[in-house]
Design a protein around this ligand. Sequence first.
Ligand SMILES: Cc1ncc(C[n+]2csc(CCOP(=O)(O)OP(=O)(O)O)c2C)c(N)n1
Ligand SMILES: [Mg+2]
Length: 337
Amino acid sequence: MDDPLRIIGDGVQSPGGDMGLRGNALVKLFSWLVLLRTFDERAVALQRQGRIGTYPTFWGEEATQAGPLLALRDEDWVFPSYRQNAIGLLRGLPASVPLAYRRGYGGSHGFWNPRRYRVAPMCVPIGTHLPHAVGLAWAAKLRGEDLCSLVWFGDGATSEGDFHEAMNFASVFAAPVIFFCVNNQWAISTPFSRQSGTATVAEKAAAYAMPALRVDGFDPLACWWATREAAERALAGGGPTLIEAVTYRLGPHATADDPTLYRDESEAARYRSLEPVGRMAAYLRRQELLSAELEEEIRAEARAVLDQAVADMESIPQPGAEIMFEHLYAAPPLNRR
Ligand SMILES: Cc1ncc(C[n+]2csc(CCOP(=O)(O)OP(=O)(O)O)c2C)c(N)n1
Ligand SMILES: [Mg+2]
């Protein structure tokens, strides 16, 4: 397997041109990275203060989320795992909604209408949303609708039957779906070497006669580029693609986890300088697209979004126990015979 594709190296674009993204689009990508980062940091702080429950942080994985989303069109569907818990923000979802979910609120406070944002409900059971993404893409193809779907999942999910079933079905029916594997090298305490017989995720695509791309998951441009390639192929009738974004889980699995119990944290420290927000900022500064003022403006805007979201979340009255039964029965249980 080749080394993962990297477009931004040490704040400099590698040879090969700009690959199609320039000017304002680059600044927009940076502002998305900052919004995700701001959400993630605020969520961790809120959890530590007891204001929300357990939270799966994605600090360092922002490139694997903002890059692919920018490569899609609004009509394309995305299927997040718990790790892409704030992805809806990039499609206009109020930040109070994913925060309220973490506070245990149901109904429209903690959930969104998937059709409105074309963002499927966040999936916590590992891998179960891969067949959903394939099904949606296949249905769109049968109906002659011009759209594709993208599903995010981790390295651990590749051990699930759902992954293999989804890959096979997508291949056989040439469904317009993008499998976006965020290989952060850990599934809670299980390292990738104990997860997979192959050295990479990308090479598994060969068993399904599917093209694969392997990119640096800390590089937002590489993640954007690979998704663009895959989406163009999918929309042209070329079927599915497997993308492996190679990264490293820089933080704990979630706020309830202590990685010092099972891994050498000096390894995480070695990857830390690759984190995408600083890397993208350095890249934009070199391109003279990001002044100190513009950067502060973007960061201040993200802080304001989160300030408002926290105020909104905390102004929602705490629901009662009856919320457990919402959407469970067509009629309240006591009225049933
Ligand atoms: C079907 C299923 N089995 C086990 C779990 C418990 N679990 C939660 S997260 C996780 C690790 C998943 O790792 P990976 O797919 O690499 O995603 P990451 O957490 O690294 O983003 C496991 C085993 C689960 N949520 N669902
Ligand atoms: Mg993982």
